[in-house]
Design a binder for this molecule. Sequence first.
Ligand SMILES: [Zn+2]
Ligand SMILES: [Zn+2]
Length: 159
Amino acid sequence: MTDGHLSQYLHDLPPSTRNVTSAAMALARLDELDWTPRGGYPGSDVLWPVKCLLCGWEGLRFYSHLRRARPKGRHAGCAPAAEIANRLDQLGRAATGTCTCAQPHAVSAEAFHETALLLASAHADGDSKQSLFLAERLMGPCTATARRGRAAQRAFPRS
Ligand SMILES: [Zn+2]
Ligand SMILES: [Zn+2]
């Protein structure tokens, strides 16, 4: 039952510090490339339902491909490859670098580190309400998605 709610952030993945870090970094990269997730982060080599912000197309993509901005044409029926850079510029950035959300997100390395540890422990205790609250701070939509992704990377660096 816990997973039913947490799945909006992590699809079929436990909320380990490694998984929430991967998810926060993936959400930042998606935002940068003008895609938006339609479901929880499933891991990098599992199909993820996403929406193209250039044209509204929805479909399944591997994050491992999106991360490297492949394919160059995004998906069948989207803007021609030659126009995509221009369109992306026109779209502008919703991200501001500052979290102005009603419920503040974990956008510093310290906050991300602490919140991720609290989430892992709340999940282990079966506290689904607290788990959901903490997961939102780490992976919910935020105006500072890119900054939060960098905070995640600093909080739990990969060797
Ligand atoms: Zn498109
Ligand atoms: Zn925020």
